[in-house]
Design a protein. Sequence first.
Lengths: 267, 618
Amino acid sequence: MRRVLLGALGVVMVAPFLYMMSVSFMGEGELLRWPPALLPASPTTGNYAAAFQALSYTRVLLNTAILAGCVMVGQVLTSAAAGYAFARMRFPGRDRIWTSLLAMLAIPAIVLLIPRYLIIDALGWVDTYPGLISTELVSVWGIFLMRQTFVMLPRDVEDAARLDGAGEWTLFWRVALPLARPAVGAVAVLAFMDQWRNFLWPLVVTRTPRMEVAEVALAHFHTAYAANWPYQMAAAVLVTLPALVVCLLAQRYVMQGVRFTGARVRL
Amino acid sequence: MSSRLWAAGATAAATVAAVLVLVVVTTAQRRYERAFALRMAATTAAYVAAVTPPPPPPPSPRRVPRGRRRAAVPAPPPPPAPAPQSPAARSYDLPSLLTQAHALRTLPGWSSDVEVYFGTAPLVDATAPPLSPDDLPHLAAGGRWRDGAALVPLNDRAGQEVVGAVAVRPRPVPHGPLPGGLGFAFPAAIVAVGAAATIAFRQHSLRRGGYVGAALLLALAGYLDVWAAARQSTDRWLVDTRRLLTEAATRLPPPRARVAITDLAAMVRDGEIVVGEPAESAPRRVRIDGEQRAVVAVLIGPGRWIELRSVPAEAEAPKWLILLLPGALLGPLAIMALRWAERTPVRSRRETVMAWGFLAPAALHLLMFTVGPAIYAIYLASLANFRALVRDPLTWNSFVTSAAYALYVPISIALALAVALAVHRYRERGGWGRRLVSVAFLLPYVSSVVAIALLWQATYHAGSLGLGRPDWLSNSHTALLALMLVSIWAHVGGQMLVFLGGLDAIPQAYLDAALVDGAGAWRRFWRVTLPLLRPVTWFVFLTGVISALQMFTLVFVVTQGGPFPLHATDVVVHRIYRTAFGPQALGMASALALMLGIVLLIFRWPQLKLVRRQERHA
């Protein structure tokens, strides 16, 4: 019985996506009939070819990959370095700085949106990769997660390495970071997924189709082809597919991210 | 470190900080002078365009003398009507332009030198080097600063084409009230460096030496100088433009018996002209409709006064404090660092330097893109904006809408918890089935949010066909509910997985003990499971509410805040976006964002407390 319940819930979760796939193969008029067709009468891949063109899919995908990739690398490096400093090093004012860092979590992103836009505008970075990427490169949550991880690592290995004459940098890069690999993976996947789905900031900071990321391009595609559902669904599948692959490959880390963020979707 | 060396280092640090402040002040003064010159040049170009008449019409073609052969010759085509908009007719009469340009040079009481170019040729000082031919097309994009003069395009009479340029070279004026035209910053810088040197060489403590006070004084003096420069740039423009307006009143080309104010107002686009009263000649600051304005009275004819108004440049001078204060405080900070380094053993000094090396990227980024913007946001959102927002019914509507939308959070959590309890301990351990099911639950967490929005819009659309009426999203009463349903669907799977993780962490022994004590299933849930799950539940609830109150994409893609006119789904973030990037009311949008931020703080505070407790636990 309980297995049935779980299965039923799974079906509810997957069904809309399957429907999306199905509609994306339909002809334009098929969705206007009652009862609505669940499967395409004569499957066509024409929608995909057309959406691929109209979305300028490769360019948009490249932009999104550059954004997500750069932010992922940036967040992992800055989070790991800062987290290590807070966990393992002693310096004046450390605890006070750590508290004020946590207090920064209380500043919601929406408050920062407009001033950040004005700063990027003043720097002349609107509609460029630096403008798109630079504001996202550090994550306080990431620093928090990395510090937790480093605090919990056993010190024995480090002490042994220190006795062998390893410097602070070697300790961090060769000893602590490899041991913290699960946390690094979680921060990386979280950063990647968040940026892959980031909408408001790219919407604000890009102007031309040349710089658009997938989400923004899909939203603009929606306004341009408002009535043609199969066409839009094909575009939606195209945009969702890469993230889906990442999810299947890194399911463990995604789950970790979901748990860490308290299961929130930035709708 | 020897004390001599230490003192020299401290003095050097103070000097660097003082020079930094002076550089900022000089930059600001130069910026304001350039802004004045560019503005003055634009006004002068408008003046020249207004007072110079068009060239005389070309001589009409000679008539064929009437003769006997007239009948034999086919009638000549009628001469083309003189097109009023031909480029030549839109241009200026060169002799008049020459006269006007010379008159500008001899205008008494002007604080700048002016040059008018017709084409690329200078008119006032004929021996001056001409512009290069590619300058004019470049100028069409706007004015620029070149060789100590502001260069702006001189458009033809219809304002369509660039026919020349106007250059305004501001004459140097004293920057401050002190002898030699010095401002306050220079003496303050000397005092600050002196104070630093004294305390360093006499080995006083930083607090007793009063260097921090001197550094703050330096910042204040620098700010005063910048403020004075800003004020001066507005005043100069007002006074010089007054001169132009008086001149224009007598020079506007005939036929005009009496100059109309609208003619003059066309000349001063970045200012405002209203009918005025006699007043003293110096520019004043007055409050008009709650806004600060710089005004000056202008006499344009016997007994006819007008008032020239402008936004005072010093109103935005405080932004320079962003550079001035850190610059001035760099000195005390550097000295403190030196003092600390002197006292600390080498090993922990090295560790500190190392730690800051690790922290530096994150710290600099957070200062620039989090702390700075947060302060900037407060500065942008003025009290007047808050007052206007509180009066706007759309503000209240958006907050109510967001709050109503956030009600889905407890519903989805209750659902997720129920399912988690139902399937807990009966799940398949490992294996493909379980993996597939959890991938299904994670789908909304990884798929594109816009795609989710589109697919649900399509689903609602398809579902409405059979009912023969508009779908839920187009109905004001159901649109928000429809969005909440989507949100429940998107969240429930992940939340359930989190609860399952929480349930796994509850030791079976607790439940067994309760069972032995004769507690029923219901009692076990209320007394054992739920209290142990409370931190997880709280955390999921708080993050859920926080993210629900910041929902944007769904509304932006699906309903755009509609159905209108009720603004049924106009949530706060959508309102902020529309305010900021629709009418460009950035200050208003920032104020609205701050209001939302305060509401979010109510939920963020307990969330951070939970996080800290978990951190200490770890």
